[in-house]
Design a protein around this ligand. Structure first.
Ligand SMILES: *Cc1c(COP(=O)(O)O)cnc(C)c1O
Length: 225
């Protein structure tokens, strides 16, 4: 077994152990393999080891890899900053977008989602550590924005994504996820089912606070140069 497939097995074992520990049901956390900056050959190795969901942050780079991996049955997730001039490509070439941060971008994605494809799965990116990261909506704007986006015909609003300020302490890692989870729980008419929480450094805190999808790059593919 090569390193990527060994790391994949370790991460899946970890996720299962944390899930049990947190008294979450089996298979309630999906692994999104974040392959940004990594070559298509690395994606192919993880795919051959069973991984199917991959996350990319840069549209042109992702499209190139998608062409190289055309024969693979991959579910592609866009997780990076979204410029208006990229929404057409993103709407046509991804099944999920986690980083929607405005009604304007959501409207463009809905208008540009090709009619032969199913509605595009969307998560709203919430800026949960306030000034720490600049992208994402404020928690206070979440209810109104969710109601508006839920009416867009070519989108399916699935939930929220957050990238909190990095913290080493487990309890401090949990707090922002807990606040966001509770805010989403109040929007129960929208049937949101996705909490895109957690990266290589805060996997455990994220799963304890309800992550249904964890976005792992470095721990799977190694550090990015
Ligand atoms: C790069 C990236 C990740 C993966 O981060 P790692 O620390 O390498 O696991 C997760 N989410 C987003 C939005 C990213 O841009």
């Amino acid at each position: 077994m090569n390193t990527i497939s060994q790391r994949l097995q370790h991460i899946l074992t970890d996720i299962n152990a944390i899930q049990r520990n947190a008294q979450r049901p089996p298979n309630s956390v999906l692994l999104l393999a974040v392959s940004k900056t990594k070559p298509a050959s690395d994606i192919a190795i993880a795919y051959q080891a069973g991984q199917r969901h991959f996350g990319e942050s840069y549209c042109q780079e992702a499209l190139k890899k998608q062409r190289q991996l055309g024969a693979f049955d991959i579910t592609w997730h866009f997780i990076g900053p979204i410029q208006s001039n990229k929404t057409r490509d993103i709407a046509a070439h991804f099944q999920w977008v986690h980083s929607v941060g405005s009604l304007k971008i959501a409207r463009r994605l809905s208008e540009q989602r090709p009619s032969h494809l199913p509605p595009l799965n969307i998560c709203l990116q919430v800026n949960i550590s306030d000034e720490a990261t600049k992208s994402g909506i404020a928690l206070a704007d979440l209810p109104e924005l969710c109601q508006a986006i839920a009416t867009l015909p070519r989108l399916k609003l699935r939930g929220v994504m957050a990238i909190p300020l990095p913290q080493n302490d487990f309890e401090l890692q949990r707090q922002p996820y807990q606040r966001l989870y509770q805010a989403v729980a109040k929007l129960n008419n929208l049937c949101l089912d996705t909490f895109s929480f957690g990266m290589s450094g805060d996997l455990k805190a994220a799963i304890f606070e309800g992550a249904t999808l964890v976005r792992i790059g470095t721990a799977l593919f190694g550090s990015r140069s």
